[in-house]
Write a protein that binds this ligand. Structure first.
Ligand code: 6PG
Length: 263
């Protein structure tokens, strides 16, 4: 896939508005072409902040939300009604106010529904494979005949980045970031609370057409700098994220402080 592109915005509020505007355009363009579009969301302040910026934009009405498929890159394995759930924060920030088709919104399972994060991960993988099979006959997936078919098409996948360079729930040096076979894993002992999580793996992330890294704040500058300098993904998970056709870093000036000069 192509080299990463970096777009720097002056501050986090401009950044969030810019990501929201890009996302609207991306969804409208994809729907013009395929009739539907698929986005993979992220939790964290930038991920949820992007949804709040979308909620504040009247241009969001240009999207046919009933034909948008929503997945999560990771979810926190806690009770379904917990405010710690990425999906619940997303619902509050935006999704509850959109005319989405509930059958197209795919949230990983919660504690209470599944005994372990591993069980919820296996269920999520099953639902991804079912969606892939449903899409198989449709034009929407026709231009990707080389795919093994265990994942649906991801038009755009958003990822926040932690100060330690984690993405989704793939933390440095942990088993999940080394995974090469499974597309979804349960994660225990996450250094960022809560400790139990469900996450797409790097192979699943790399199946996305476009990956957008969305990052704000000076505490992220080191992680962003290392990722763009080409560090190894086991130490710097963000370095391992890329899209099939595009990898876009959408960052604010504070997070860009250590971006290598040749970029
Ligand atoms: C989560 C995430 C996580 C997040 C990063 C960045 O469950 O919190 O999905 O990967 O995106 O930790 O979060 P911030 O934007 O809040 O720093």
């Amino acid at each position: 896939s192509a080299d990463p592109r970096v777009s720097v915005h002056p501050d986090s509020s401009v950044l969030l508005a810019a990501i929201a505007a890009r996302l609207i355009t991306k969804l409208v363009d994809t729907q013009d072409r395929y009739g539907e579009a698929t986005v993979v969301l992220t939790g964290g302040s930038t991920g949820i902040g992007t949804l709040e910026a979308l909620a504040a934009s009247s241009a969001r009405r240009a999207v046919n939300w009933a034909k948008v498929n929503v997945w999560w890159g990771d979810e926190r394995f806690v009770e379904a009604d917990s405010d710690e759930r990425n999906s619940r924060q997303a619902a509050r920030a935006l999704l509850d106010d959109l005319p989405l088709d509930p059958e197209r919104v795919h949230v990983p399972g919660a504690a209470g529904e599944f005994a372990t994060a591993d069980d919820a991960a296996a269920d999520y993988a099953r639902r991804l494979a079912e969606a892939a099979a449903r899409e198989h006959a449709a034009d929407y997936s026709d231009h990707r005949p080389d795919e093994p078919g265990a994942l649906p098409r991801f038009d755009v996948l958003l990822l926040g980045v932690g100060p330690d360079a984690h993405i989704a729930s793939l933390f440095p040096e942990m088993a999940a970031v080394r995974e090469t076979e499974k597309l979804v894993v349960g994660v225990e002992n996450s250094p960022k609370p809560p400790p139990s999580r469900i996450s797409l793996t790097l192979p699943a992330i790399r199946s996305a057409e476009e990956v957008w890294m969305v990052v704000a704040g000076e505490d992220k500058a080191g992680a962003v700098g290392l990722a763009l300098a080409g560090a190894g993904p086991v130490q710097v998970p963000a370095a391992g994220a890329r899209g099939r056709s595009r990898t876009l870093w959408l960052i604010d000036a504070a997070a860009a402080a250590k971006v290598p000069v040749e970029l």
